[in-house]
Ligand binder design. Structure first.
Ligand SMILES: [Zn+2]
Length: 84
């Protein structure tokens, strides 16, 4: 399993292979502009790139928090069913 990040929306996700399209915003590529010698140069990059270590770290931290919140919600729901 590898991790990828979208340059357009900064969505980080796990996938076996690098998709060409971001699964979140659907972008194929992003453009950046650079001012050079009085001209504007436009660079086009693939939207999806391999995630950096800090992005993977953050992704796992957020995912863990969401899993824990969902687990707590399910637990509370189960307790509510028992008592009522
Ligand atoms: Zn995206």
């Amino acid at each position: 399993m590898n991790y990828y990040t979208c340059n357009a929306c900064l969505f980080t996700f796990a996938s076996d292979s690098m998709p060409t399209r971001c699964p979140d915003c659907g972008k194929l590529e992003v453009q950046t502009t650079e001012e050079k010698y009085g001209r504007t140069a436009v660079h086009t990059w693939p939207a999806v790139r391999p995630a950096t270590l800090s992005e993977i770290d953050y992704h796992l931290k957020v995912k863990n928090e969401i899993d824990m919140e969902e687990g707590t919600a399910q637990e509370m729901e189960a307790q509510a069913r028992i008592c009522c």
